[in-house]
Design a protein. Sequence first.
Length: 370
Amino acid sequence: MTTRKLLLLSGDGIGPETMGEVRKFIAYMNEAHSAGFELEEGHVGGVAYDTHGQSISETDMAKAMAADAVLFGAVGGPKWDSVPYDVRPEAGLLRLRKEMELFANLRPAICYPALASASSLRQDVVEGLDILIVRELTGGVYFGDPKEITDLGNGQKRAVDTQVYDTYEIERIAGVAFELARTRSNKVTSMEKRNVMKSGVLWNEVVTQTHKANYQDVELDHMLADAGGMQLVRWPKQFDVIVTDNLFGDMLSDVAAMLTGSLGMLPSASFGAPDEKTGSRKALYEPVHGSAPDIAGQGIANPIAMLASFAMCLRYSFNMVAEADQLEKAIANVLDRGVRTTDIASDGIKPVGTVEMGDTVLAEFKSLMG
Ligand code: NAD
């Protein structure tokens, strides 16, 4: 039987509550479908600080490095606002991204038909939307040197951030985007600012070369990132996969995400390079939302972003495409039937809690799986 090593890092706030719903799916799939998930547990964020005085312990870091995939809940909260900077909760997530070398961040923006009316855009603009933003996560202006504020000595200061990309960084993120496009609608739009930035000129050149060398079967468009931002809110359905750098990706993925409604609905995945021997990639899956301290412990958090992150894990780390499809379909069907948590509640519908939403999606998943 295949063994699938999965590390669960639930974290803080609503993290453990939403992760609890994923556990039920794992237990069911192991029992009824011999899925072979082998679970490890660890601490990250505030809970790790309380337990080990670190935002993630060496032992848990080693488990993350050895796992086939990591499922991450959320970290942070007011309780840890005054802990030292290098052991703050977010440092655990940054360390995971850095040491697992997770250079590709994937954020799908899918608009479930039942929630189209909740978008700030017109229903016909977002209904049926299904796009994927692929953001470069470990390079660019967030990491480039120099990064400093200098006192100029005349009452003025100068702040410098450096946008820097090497060819290999652009090649590998473009490769991820083209490969993902092949599993979807086969179209990539690359976004940069080649009109004003040298890094944009190189980005455009390398994406074009990568396409020519290996991916000519995929349709490729280039768009300036500012125009891309406009097009995302004008007619987002024109896009399939968007590939862009760290800074533009940060902003454009937030815009795309909010086209679809609540933060409680949005999954994400981050990938490293493929292993030379096995071909499998290090991967971490997490909801886009944080630890939601305002509702933590009340049993009302929406578990769908966490469940949809697990669906991405099934699809991308374990190639369990049918199961991923059915889980995503189960979520859509349950929403179609009007089942809602508080964050997506509509008039006249009594919202359900975290556990009831999880149970309802699981029951639907079981019936779809037969
Ligand atoms: P947040 O995403 O935690 O919450 C923003 C708002 O959305 C809150 O009103 C919250 O109740 C609501 N919300 C979020 N997820 C929800 C869900 N699943 N169901 C229902 N409602 C949901 O962002 P914030 O309030 O800015 O940050 C809170 C803490 O989380 C901070 O400590 C922040 O640093 C941390 N944070 C962590 C991550 C992460 O772990 N990846 C991401 C963002 C923020």
